[in-house]
Ligand binder design. Structure first.
Ligand code: MN
Length: 748
């Protein structure tokens, strides 16, 4: 928020809040400790620097940092946090540098001020890509020191409180951002009082008409409602007294406006139908008293089935604890009752900030460190962002996580697992361990076999049955909800393809070399040298590449022979066999128009054709083979399986003519096969990448079978090697593509 300077003197002279006045008095009276000293010095510094700056409301600018510091103090913030509240706009709005802040107030204050300044520069309502980046930085800042976020939340809350002074479009933008990002963050950090106020303020600016309706609704019936609740509290109080429960607080409270509104929308109700606008809260001393109070409530008023929630036994991830129940009130309408201890109440209001009140161990007690397992959701976010490359996916998972309603389920041992709404046994399995997910065979939910895609419900006991030879199914991607499970399934798939590829490559080598001795061959030194010569890091990589079709068998075998030759120059075993059937391969005739140069050099004047087995493209290394029939020269790709077994005396060196002569065919046919994750529209997306390049697709076939990737066969017309490689890479980069290869005849 930038300051605006207004020349005329402000109408209202700014007055220090009483807590700050006390602070200043203490400091002057020499009663000050270092904490008070830090707070006062930070205030004085900010006061001087913001001197002459005014807010849009006409107030002196210092009113804003003072209010922010006050909010942080109310939350129980330490001296460093309060000082950062005073100084949070200094770096942004004045000439002061972070180094100076560190010199004057220490490294902790500097880190907080810098963190808040950075967050302020981010425009959360920008494009998706940028938004994701902003979120990431925000969460990284958060992981370093959670106080940065709390200062930012206090800053936002005060700005929302004073939003009326801004232009309508700015009000909308800031409110939307607050509703989408800051209110959920406050909720996730458990800071209930920030969350409720932020939500109500957003409601006021984003849906002003509905906001006013709800407000009127509440005030209209206030008297009757309060009388009724008073009656109920009397009944409960006397019963609790008789039982000796020490009641610290027992009173009705109106729910926050946005909460009422959301409920109306969820239940599709009209304003007139909403009675559930107040709730009763009972605050006692001990956990045990909570449950005894619950018994009293259920005894005095009829409980509504299915509305009881025990967040004491199962705290929410944001540490919230309470008993919730809904009973039939005196007017015959439902009334929600919350029961909690004073400590739980404190955590409900202050969330993570409550911790700095209970621990006084210095500056690091509010940082999230590895032993703070309670905030696992935050860790997960940080983990996911490394997994997720796609910005949109990141945003989605982040929003899901901020808004999700959690589902609590149990392991057979009684451990609680918190999963996202809609999570299935597969999500559960991957949450326990990747290997459990990867070998999952089935699941029993509450003792019965369950479908793997069945969403889990609160309280389900889930048992995962594994089997060594079971493995994930691609179909699972259609129903898992957690990014973790999704990524693990994909990873498994890619890895498992490698194993398949290794097996396929090995099979090819066995055919050539014989089954016996293949193991020792793969471990041999010549094989390792061969792998290096073929530019692979290991023999395994080479074998996998062979299976994948990246190198041909003959290429490998020839390299291997060379290596062995070098080692044993005397023993030369080269009894190649000719492939008699070579001439039977399907071929592509290249029309030779008169007067134009051949696209292939080295065989000028000779009859030739492009081999149908490997379909070479301009730019690719080629070799000519003299055929036995009357078909002239057959042009193959170098390394074509069919060629390398032919005696060398039938080879003719040939090249593509680099000069584009008229009459040369514009395109050449190429067959490719693509393995893709089967989803609606994947073929369309692939084809669009070809049409982008003006590439004609002659033939397309798709084979699908359950739990297997879709197999897409395409015949495309390609200009040259460059175009082919460029286009193939574009297809390869699609996230759904598992494998893509060029098909030669005889391949499978
Ligand atoms: Mn500010």
């Amino acid at each position: 928020m930038s300051a605006t300077s207004i020349l005329e003197s402000p109408v209202n002279q700014f007055q220090l809040p009483s807590w700050l006045q006390e602070c200043m008095l203490k400091q002057q009276s020499d009663q000050a400790d270092e904490h008070i000293d830090l707070i006062c010095r930070a205030f004085n510094f900010a006061y001087q620097l913001h001197e002459g700056q005014y807010r849009k409301s006409g107030e002196p600018y210092i009113a804003h940092p003072v209010a922010v510091a006050g909010l942080l103090r109310d939350l129980g913030g330490d001296d460093v946090t309060i000082a950062a509240g005073f100084l949070h706009d200094i770096v942004e709005d004045t000439e002061v540098t972070p180094e100076e802040i560190e010199e004057l107030f220490g490294a902790d204050v500097r880190r907080l001020v810098e963190g808040v300044t950075k967050l302020s520069k981010f425009n959360f309502s920008s494009t998706t890509e940028r938004q994701a980046e902003n979120f990431r930085r925000m969460f990284l800042a958060m992981a370093k020191d959670i106080r940065v976020i709390i200062v930012k939340l206090a800053d936002r809350l005060h700005n929302m409180r004073t939003l009326e002074h801004l232009k309508p479009e700015k009000q909308q933008r800031i409110s939307l951002e607050t509703r989408e990002i800051f209110a959920p963050l406050a909720n996730r950090l458990g800071i209930g009082r920030f969350k409720w106020e932020l939500e109500d303020l957003c409601f006021k600016y984003l849906e002003p008409e509905d906001y006013n309706k709800v407000k009127v609704l509440i005030s209209d019936r206030r008297e009757a409602r309060e009388a009724r609740i008073e009656q109920m509290t009397e009944i409960l109080r006397s019963r609790l007294d008789k039982l000796g429960v020490n009641v610290l607080e027992l009173k009705g409270r109106p729910k926050h406006l946005y909460g009422i509104y959301q409920k109306m929308q969820r239940q599709n109700k009209e304003f007139e139908e909403i009675y559930d606008i107040a709730a009763l809260r009972i605050i006692v001393e001990t956990n045990e008293e909570c449950y005894r109070s619950l018994a009293v409530v259920h005894d005095a008023f009829k409980p509504i089935p299915g509305r009881f929630k025990d967040y004491i036994g199962l705290p929410k991830p944001n540490l919230y604890q309470s008993l919730h129940t809904t009973v039939v009130g005196l007017n015959g309408r439902p009334l929600e009752v919350q029961i909690r201890t004073i400590e739980m109440h404190h955590i409900a209001e202050y969330g993570i900030a409550a911790h700095w009140k209970y621990k006084e161990t210095g500056s690091s007690d509010t940082q999230i460190n590895s032993d703070d397992e309670k905030f696992t959701w935050l860790r997960q976010l940080l983990d996911w962002q490394n997994d997720l490359k796609d910005a949109q996916e990141y945003i989605d998972s982040l929003k899901d996580n901020l808004f999700e309603d959690d589902v609590y389920v149990f392991t057979p041992n009684g451990d609680v697992m918190v999963l996202a709404q809609g999570a299935t046994p597969v999500d559960f399995a991957y949450r326990i361990h990747t290997e459990i997910g990867n070998h999952m065979k089935g699941a029993r939910v509450n003792g019965r076999w369950s479908a793997l895609d069945l969403p889990l419900s609160n309280g389900d006991i889930v048992e995962i049955i594994t089997q060594n030879n079971s493995h994930p199914s691609l179909d699972w991607l259609n129903f898992v909800v957690s990014p973790t499970a999704r990524n693990r399934i994909r990873q498994w798939y890619k890895r498992s393809r490698r194993e398949e590829n290794l097996a396929r490559g090995r099979g090819l080598l066995e055919k050539e070399m014989g089954k016996t001795g293949i193991d020792s061959l793969l471990k041999s030194e010549p094989m390792q040298i061969t792998a290096q010569k073929c530019n692979y890091q290991s023999v395994d990589d080479l074998v996998a590449a062979l299976g994948y079709g990246e190198v041909t068998l003959n290429h490998v075998v020839n390299r291997l022979r060379e290596v062995i030759k070098e080692e044993q120059p005397v023993e030369q075993v080269t009894e190649e066999q000719e492939i008699a059937s070579l001439s039977s391969t399907v071929t592509t005739e290249v029309p030779q128009s008169k007067g134009s140069k051949s696209p292939i050099t080295g065989i000028e004047g000779l009859l030739y054709h492009l081999a149908g087995c490997c379909k070479p493209l301009p730019g690719e290394p080629i070799i000519g083979v003299v055929t036995r029939g009357s078909r002239g020269i057959s042009i193959h790709r170098q390394g074509c399986t069919n060629v390398e077994q032919i005696p060398g005396d039938r080879f003719v060196p040939v090249n593509w003519n680099p000069i584009d002569e008229p009459g040369r065919p514009l395109t050449y046919p190429v067959d490719i096969q693509i393995e893709a994750i089967d989803r609606v529209g994947v073929l369309k997306d692939i084809l669009s990448r070809f049409s982008d390049q003006n590439i004609n697709v002659r033939n397309a076939g798709v084979k699908t079978s359950p739990n297997k990737p879709a197999l897409i066969s395409l015949s495309i017309d390609i200009r040259d090697r460059q175009q082919f490689e460029y286009t193939i890479n574009r297809v390869k980069n699609m996230s759904d593509i598992l494998n893509i290869r060029r098909v030669s005849q005889g391949d499978n």
